[in-house]
Design a protein around this ligand. Structure first.
Ligand SMILES: [Zn+2]
Ligand SMILES: [Zn+2]
Length: 346
């Protein structure tokens, strides 16, 4: 089969490799259909690492994916050949203290698809995953939407960590795919007011079109002052989806006493600082968000029933052979790209 490898910084090469085989009784072999290019893949593409996760080339990335089941191991009861599926890229051990406590997203023995040193990614014709990571999708959910289930599940988990959103004043700082997914999740969870920001005007515009009550670009205006004017008592929740010191600082200024900052962004450097003048005096909470926990089935249901609309985020389409072009487009934020999809099979 074909598999797309990162072979160096900003280099992707399509190679011919043997098909992956079912090795364990609960394995499922999936014919890949569509793969989304994620911001985290871009860190490996541009910088060759995220924090301590360093790529040893060649390595295949890709973890947002959908496809069709072509083979199931003898112990798989809930899936059959021909089913269309979404993939949860996190493989957990099911035995450690974290798994037993229902915190699978912090499993001590976890392996993540397309994460260096863990499992090679899904940018290939076929993928083998344990059945518990493979979720059937209803007929009315497209393969593209099934790819979006992965980032949306993260937005849904962030909303669940934040709690009910009814009547809440919320900022989403960073309106890339994760910020836009958080927007869908918080709006679906209650009638709330959302202020969205981004450094790219087209992302601010898309946030506005997909439900944000206000949008602003911090390069063009003082967003803290503008939001502060509309909400003089401050905000209940800030979702930091940019991974920047500036947005952490903005959160400190925007939150109301007792408010919560949820951190989803991946900063290029591992250290960020908090101005304790704000965080201490206002007794602010900081909650980091690690991927998602148990949200995949609900995410599929919310997409299928139309409770959330992720389609506006899907902006570009490529073939597997065009993977490098897809990564370059997203890496350089060109042409208004939000989510680029790589289609293995049309
Ligand atoms: Zn992702
Ligand atoms: Zn575990």
């Amino acid at each position: 089969m074909r598999k797309a490898y990162l072979t160096g910084i900003r280099e992707i090469e399509l190679r011919e490799v043997p098909d992956p085989k079912i090795e364990r009784g609960d394995d499922v072999r999936v014919r890949m259909h569509t793969i989304g290019v994620c911001g985290s893949d871009l860190h490996y593409y541009r910088e060759g690492k995220i924090g301590v996760q360093v790529v040893e080339f060649p390595f295949a990335v890709g973890h947002e994916c959908s496809g069709t089941v072509v083979e199931v191991g003898p112990d798989v009861a809930n899936l059959r050949v021909g089913q269309r599926v979404a993939i949860d890229p996190l493989v957990v051990c099911g035995r450690c203290d974290q798994c037993l406590a229902g915190r699978e997203n912090t499993c001590r023995n976890q392996k993540f698809l397309g994460c260096p040193g863990q499992i090679e990614g899904s940018m290939a014709d076929y993928l083998v995953m344990p059945a518990r990571c493979v979720f059937a999708i209803p007929d009315n959910v497209t393969f593209d939407q099934a790819v979006m289930v992965e980032p949306f599940a993260i937005g849904l988990w962030a909303q669940r960590l934040a709690g009910p959103t009814e009547g809440r004043k919320i900022a989403i700082l960073g309106s890339g795919p994760i910020g836009l997914c958080v927007l869908q999740a918080v709006k679906a969870a209650g009638n709330c007011t959302v202020y969205a920001t981004d450094l790219l005007d087209e992302r601010v515009a898309l946030a506005r079109r997909t439900g944000a009550d206000w949008g602003g670009n911090p390069d063009r205006q003082d967003v803290v002052a503008a939001i502060g004017e509309a909400e003089p008592d401050g905000l209940d929740l800030v979702f930091e989806c940019a991974g920047k010191q500036e947005t952490i600082d903005q959160a400190g200024l925007l939150l109301t006493p007792g408010g919560t900052l949820l951190v989803l962004g991946i900063p290029p450097e591992s250290r960020l600082s908090f101005d304790m003048n704000y965080f201490r005096r206002r007794e602010l909470r900081v909650q980091s968000v690690r991927r998602q926990n148990g949200c995949v089935e609900d995410a599929i249901e919310m997409v299928a029933s139309g409770k959330v609309d992720l389609d506006p985020q899907i902006t570009h389409h490529f073939t597997l052979a065009e993977s490098q072009a897809a990564f370059d487009l997203v890496a350089d934020y060109k042409d208004g790209v939000i989510k680029a999809m790589i289609h293995v099979e049309d």
